[in-house]
Design a protein around this ligand. Structure first.
Ligand SMILES: [Mg+2]
Length: 367
């Protein structure tokens, strides 16, 4: 049995926050976002994790995951993680359960680091001094002026990479896609890296034809040109395209990422710490990617990724996603400010450094 502090409680809450403007990508539209927050207590400390998913994630945390984590050694996070994964066998790990698992895992790592009085990246083993970020938003619902204002805001703050959404209406508005890319390039100038994300909205042949047009605007990142379930399609586009083809945001377990790497489907592997199984699994995904000669880019939820990405060698960058930056700054105290295109935690803060605000938007609470 453990001699160290134990996990004493696991709590979950969910908040639905309206967007500041209507948002859409190639295959989805939304005007609000739900964040599910997990708080774990032990050793006189509180650890915090979160995911962006259904309020049902909170029920999985309370009913299925909390009971197998409570009274465990608070410093043995991988053991708690394995117990949670076993608990999910008959529920099914991908989807709601995987998001719940991820949020608890991040909270447990934060708790362990706080108990030890260490910044979380130091507990994990620091590899990076800071994490490069790219500005991400550029929703298809934006007017030209809104798009220009957002892009200019990032570039003016020293962020040298930006990403916009394309494949509007499932790839049926290609003329507008290309004019928005041209506009984005003219707004940011030649020195800023320009990325696009089609969210799986094109067919493989269509994506190859569009990639030729994107290269005229020096687009260097073509995310999910086709569905990330179509590994052959991704590989087809990748072999005929100058930009890096990327995917991975819907990966819920290690085997998913192994298949994507083995299929040679991407030039850079994206991983989301709030979906993939938390920090424990993200570190293993990074190793699989490394073995295939691939770098990792963190998907969304920037403050949940920061410490974990500082602990991997094959880091490319982290997505500074407009919607999640807004929400994380509203809900959490202690969010660091990006500087010169990189994010680094506030020095010497234990854990990931963020704490849920006591007054955290009770009017938005949904679970
Ligand atoms: Mg994406």
């Amino acid at each position: 049995m453990s001699e160290g502090p134990l996990v004493e409680s696991v709590e979950a809450s969910a908040y639905t926050i309206p967007t500041d403007l209507p948002e859409a990508d190639g295959t989805f539209a939304w005007n609000h976002t739900t964040i599910v927050v997990v708080q774990v207590r032990g050793g006189g400390q509180v650890g915090t994790g979160w995911t962006y998913g259904s309020p049902a994630c909170a029920a999985v945390v309370r009913q299925d995951l909390g009971p197998v984590v409570i009274r465990r050694d608070a410093l043995a996070v991988p053991a708690a993680w394995s117990a949670m994964v076993r608990q999910l066998r008959n529920i099914g790990r991908p989807g709601v359960a995987g998001m719940a698992l991820s949020a608890v895992d991040v909270a447990l790592w934060d708790l362990a680091a706080r108990i030890l009085g260490l910044p979380l990246h130091r507990l994990l083993g620091t590899q990076q001094d800071a994490v490069p970020i790219y500005g991400s938003g550029g929703f298809t619902t934006y007017t030209d002026r809104q798009l220009a204002e957002q892009l200019t805001g990032w570039v003016d703050r020293g962020i040298p990479r930006v990403k916009i959404k394309i494949a509007e209406s499932s790839g049926t508005r290609v003329t507008r896609d290309l004019s928005r890319v041209a506009r984005a390039r003219s707004v940011v100038g030649a020195a800023v890296e320009l990325f696009v994300d089609a969210n799986g909205g094109y067919t493989p042949g269509q994506a190859v034809r569009i990639a030729e047009r994107l290269s005229e605007h020096d687009v260097v990142w073509f995310e999910e040109p086709v569905s990330s379930d179509d590994l052959g399609g991704l590989r087809h586009v990748r072999s005929r395209c100058r930009a890096d083809v990327t995917a991975g945001e819907y990966g819920f377990d290690l085997a998913y990422f192994q298949r994507m790497c083995a299929a040679r489907a991407v030039d850079c592997l994206q991983v989301d710490v709030t979906r993939c199984g938390g920090i424990t699994e993200l570190l293993r995904v990074a190793s699989v990617a490394e073995a295939h000669g691939l770098q990792i880019s963190g998907h969304c939820a920037p403050h949940a990724h920061l410490a974990a990405l500082m602990a991997i060698p094959n880091l490319r960058h982290l997505e500074w996603f407009h919607d999640h930056v807004r929400i994380e700054r509203q809900l959490f105290a202690g969010c660091p400010q990006p500087l010169d295109g990189v994010l680094r935690p506030e020095p010497d803060r234990p854990g990931h450094g963020l704490t849920l605000r006591a007054s955290a938007l009770p009017q938005h609470r949904v679970a």
